[in-house]
Design a protein around this ligand. Structure first.
Ligand SMILES: Nc1nc2c(ncn2[C@@H]2O[C@H](COP(=O)(O)OP(=O)(O)O)[C@@H](O)[C@H]2O)c(=O)[nH]1
Ligand SMILES: Nc1ncnc2c1ncn2[C@@H]1O[C@H](COP(=O)(O)OP(=O)(O)O)[C@@H](O)[C@H]1O
Length: 189
């Protein structure tokens, strides 16, 4: 069974960075999800997200859908199937609500990774370094969903792997260890 790695955690904790690492070094397929938010500078339709209007979003057949910081986000079964078809596994970035749905619906096929940082790490600074618009950073950091996703929800406790992404070198080591366990076929370990 091909595994689906679900990355969740608050904005700036490194979900997209980890996703790119798993794509580049383990050939896992990025599952592109849908959103009604506007593209950030450098984001490409179909690569980072499928950028939708509320009307086009309503027509999609989605596995799950959430509202995060006033915008809709959702992922499709078709997108997941496409990603898995020609790759050893898939990696998808979701909020903790979506991660819980995936864990409940897909069970053992899903490995949930919750990314966090030490309280001393300034996530606003990371978003600014990423080039986010200052007004959007303010909205994001004060949103109920951002605040919620700073903490592992009870629905994922004991089920998610928690990685503290303060130092990238340590995160990379943890990811390499995790991938070594995921890529060993069951029965061989
Ligand atoms: N449930 C769910 N969450 C999603 C989906 N796509 C993206 N997200 C989450 O939506 C939140 C906002 O994403 P984004 O606007 O890209 O901001 P970022 O977290 O600062 O990179 C993040 O927690 C993502 O993980 C989706 O299809 N479903
Ligand atoms: N361990 C780390 N130390 C410092 N900066 C990091 C680290 N991991 C990621 N970043 C940077 O933080 C910013 C936010 O990371 P990103 O992966 O976009 O987060 P998310 O997708 O969770 O919002 C990016 O500029 C990224 O390069």
């Amino acid at each position: 069974m091909k595994q689906i790695i679900v990355l969740c955690g608050a904005a700036g904790t490194g979900k997209t960075t980890v996703q790119t690492y798993l794509q580049t070094y383990f050939n896992f397929a990025r599952v592109v999800t849908h959103t009604t938010r506007l593209p950030r500078q450098g984001e490409v339709n179909g690569q980072d997200y499928y950028f939708e209007t509320p009307a086009s979003m309503a027509k999609l057949h989605l596995l799950e859908k959430v509202v995060y910081d006033h915008h809709q986000y959702g992922s499709s079964k078709e997108g997941l199937a496409r990603a898995l078809a020609d790759h050893p596994g898939a990696v998808i970035v979701l909020d903790t609500k979506g991660a819980t749905t995936y864990q409940q619906v897909l069970g053992d096929q899903v490995v949930v990774v919750f990314l966090t940082v030490s309280p001393t790490t300034d996530l606003g600074h990371r978003l600014a370094q990423r080039g986010d618009d200052p007004e959007k950073i303010q909205s994001r950091l004060t949103s109920a969903e951002f605040q919620r996703d700073l903490t592992l929800p009870t629905t994922l406790q004991g089920k998610a792997i928690v990685i503290k992404n303060d130092e990238w070198a340590q995160t990379k080591t943890r990811l390499d260890q995790l991938m070594a366990t995921i890529l060993v076929p069951k029965g061989d370990n």
